[in-house]
Design a protein around this ligand. Structure first.
Ligand SMILES: CC(C)(COP(=O)(O)OP(=O)(O)OC[C@H]1O[C@@H](n2cnc3c(N)ncnc32)[C@H](O)[C@@H]1OP(=O)(O)O)[C@@H](O)C(=O)NCCC(=O)NCCSC(=O)C[C@@](O)(CC(=O)O)C(=O)O
Ligand SMILES: [Mg+2]
Length: 306
């Protein structure tokens, strides 16, 4: 059974803060996004990219996914950021303000050139574009299919609400349509949807509520601003034991149904058919990724394919 990569928690770490960078190895997030963009003041842009490169060169035993958020490619820093950090081999680049598929394609081409220059496999560096404006949301369906390098699309609600000239609320009603569209784009392209930050690092209840909501919508994880947010996210994304047990029963039941020559069966009085089985398999894959179960799932047998 394939195990999809967990990206529940991607923690931003400002690239100009040595005291924060040095703790990256001990954070229990699934990944970190070292930031050269908005967390870094203009006066420190040049120093930060050198600091990040040195940090990555010394961080040899990587224990989590490392993504660097560069400055946008239409700024005077974006290309220098790439040139500085790529030789230190981050796993991927988060591209802010990815308003169009064309800007992601430009980054794709630049990464290919850097890979050739550095003698690396083409496609080694992944891309996580940020959808954080009205234009970005409108174009995200094409952006999600713009290159094979994409690990997902990340929604950025702070810039998105600024672009709409509205306030961001904790309830998040103003974000619903954009979040939904980003999820559709990602699911249609077979990549992950990563939700925006929750800025109030002291409000764990609010974070819990928002994470529950975005999980329900189909996001795979969230960007974070503070290490204290990691446990809350992981708790919400952990599959519940009762759901895993039920998914195992569903898989068992459908195989018995097939042996009886039918594609539908009743389990505890509820109908089990193909979509129910698909959801059960998703639950089991998630449980597998969380290390909760270790079983071989033969999807051809489960789905009844020849
Ligand atoms: C939020 C706050 C100020 C709270 O400060 P506080 O002082 O209350 O923090 P405390 O909890 O008291 O800190 C306790 C200890 O943890 C250390 N510590 C804290 N945070 C740490 C961390 N992130 N990494 C490593 N270490 C950390 C700290 O140094 C201290 O260490 P020590 O002194 O040794 O005890 C602080 O966390 C922080 O600056 N966060 C990063 C902010 C940032 O990167 N923003 C840019 C990315 S968002 C964006 O751009 C939006 C977006 O573009 C995209 C999108 O949505 O995806 C959009 O448009 O939407
Ligand atoms: Mg932003």
């Amino acid at each position: 059974m394939s195990v999809f990569q967990l990206r529940r928690s991607l923690l931003y770490v400002p690239g100009n803060m040595p005291s924060m960078l040095q703790n990256i190895p001990i954070f229990e997030s699934d990944g970190v996004m070292i930031d050269l963009e908005d967390a870094v003041p203009l006066s420190e842009k040049d120093a930060a990219r050198i600091l990040v490169r040195r940090f990555l060169e010394n961080y040899q035993d990587r224990n989590k996914e490392i993504i660097v958020r560069i400055n946008a490619l239409d700024t005077k820093w974006g290309e220098d950021d790439l040139r500085a950090v790529l030789p230190a081999l981050p796993d991927g680049i988060r591209l802010p303000k990815a308003d169009t598929p064309e800007i992601v394609e430009t980054l794709d081409t630049m990464l290919t050139e850097f890979e050739e220059e550095l003698g690396l496999e083409i496609g080694r560096f992944k891309i996580l574009p940020s959808i954080e404006s009205a234009e970005g949301v409108i174009n995200c369906i094409r952006t999600a299919k713009s290159t094979k390098r994409l690990i997902g699309l990340a929604f950025g609600a702070e810039d998105y609400t600024a672009s709409l000239e509205i306030e961001r609320t904790k309830k998040g009603e103003e974000l619903f349509a954009a979040r939904t569209r980003v999820v559709w784009a990602c699911k249609a392209a077979g990549i992950q949807a990563i939700d925006t930050i929750f800025a109030d690092a002291g409000d764990m209840e609010g974070l819990h509520r928002e994470t529950q909501l975005i999980k329900t919508l189909g996001f795979s994880g969230k960007s974070l601003v503070n290490p204290r947010q990691i446990d809350v996210i992981h708790e919400v994304f952990a599959p519940k034991q009762e759901d895993v047990d039920y998914a195992l029963q569903v898989v068992d039941a459908i195989q018995k149904a097939r042996e009886m020559g039918t594609g539908v069966i009743s389990l505890h009085g509820k109908m089990v058919d193909a979509p129910v089985v698909k959801r059960a398999v998703n639950t089991l894959k998630t449980a597998q990724a969380h290390g909760m179960i270790d079983i071989e799932l033969d999807e051809e047998v489960i789905y009844g394919q020849e």
